[in-house]
Design a protein around this ligand. Structure first.
Ligand code: ADP
Ligand code: 5GP
Length: 218
């Protein structure tokens, strides 16, 4: 009766660093089939607990700029301290074509670029319940941030929260399971959107109604 599009959905998740985006997305990937979060490239230094090829592909500024010139990125941005972050273009296109729902965990500048290229992209913003809690989480995560770096993070967080009205959904990550369940529901609702219908076979529906009516008259 209804045939849905075979390609996957593109979803952007943004929010201040430390809000819990990575933690929520990790849980979502475990509970949702066919949902992936491609690994971005960055020129920022690796934190002690991070692994190259798991958290990011860590490259030098030169290597990043070469890839940029090559047109390898779907979007990119310079986030805090001018470090580059970028989404690999070919990989995302292939994942979408293969029917995977693709979650991009990117900053607000990247979200804007993605929305221009793919207007159907759904934008989700994740917030910590308070700035005090955000500070606690950044410190708890480790990474050896000094006072200046923390100040820089909060300035960036302020700029990012200013962009929240441009997003489609906002999820406050207070209780983790509750936040995961909300994001899961948003992703489920996206799959039911009318603009996902590729074909609505009205002829078959008409024939079925006709047959049913004939049956009723017997
Ligand atoms: P982001 O990806 O937004 O920068 P992370 O996912 O790295 O944030 O989370 C930052 C820190 O906060 C991590 O130590 C993580 O374990 C913790 N965290 C995430 N969600 C919650 C939550 N709901 N309650 C308490 N701590 C959380
Ligand atoms: P960090 O990893 O240093 O905590 O945060 C990096 C910031 O860059 C986060 O806001 C994160 O969402 C964003 N980011 C990560 N990967 C990408 C990317 O590929 N593109 C863009 N535009 N932002 C990214």
């Amino acid at each position: 009766m209804i045939k849905n599009k075979k390609n996957g959905e593109l979803i952007v998740v943004s929010g201040p660093s430390g809000a819990g985006k990575g933690t929520v997305i990790d849980k979502i990937l475990k509970i949702r089939e066919n949902t992936v979060c491609p690994i971005s490239y960055t020129s920022r230094p690796m934190r002690s607990k991070e692994v190259d090829g798991v958290n990011y592909y860590f490259v030098s500024t030169d290597e990043f700029e070469k890839k940029l010139e090559n047109g390898d990125f779907l979007e990119y941005a310079r986030v805090r301290n001018g470090h580059y972050f970028g989404t690999p273009k070919k990989e995302v296109q292939k994942l979408l074509d293969d029917g995977f729902d693709v979650i991009l965990e990117i900053d607000v500048q990247g979200a804007k670029q993605i929305k221009e290229i793919f207007p159907n992209t759904v934008l989700i913003f994740i917030l910590a319940p308070s700035i005090k809690e955000l500070k606690k989480r950044i410190i708890a995560r480790g990474g050896g941030e000094n006072r200046e770096q923390l100040i820089d993070r909060f300035k960036t967080a302020y700029k990012e929260i200013n962009q929240l009205p441009k997003y489609n959904y906002v999820v406050v990550n207070d209780d983790l399971d509750d936040a995961v369940s909300k994001v899961d529901s948003i992703l489920t609702s996206i799959k039911c959107r009318v603009d996902r219908i590729e074909e609505l076979d009205l002829n078959t529906i008409e024939e079925d109604i006709h047959e049913t009516l004939v049956g009723l008259n017997q």
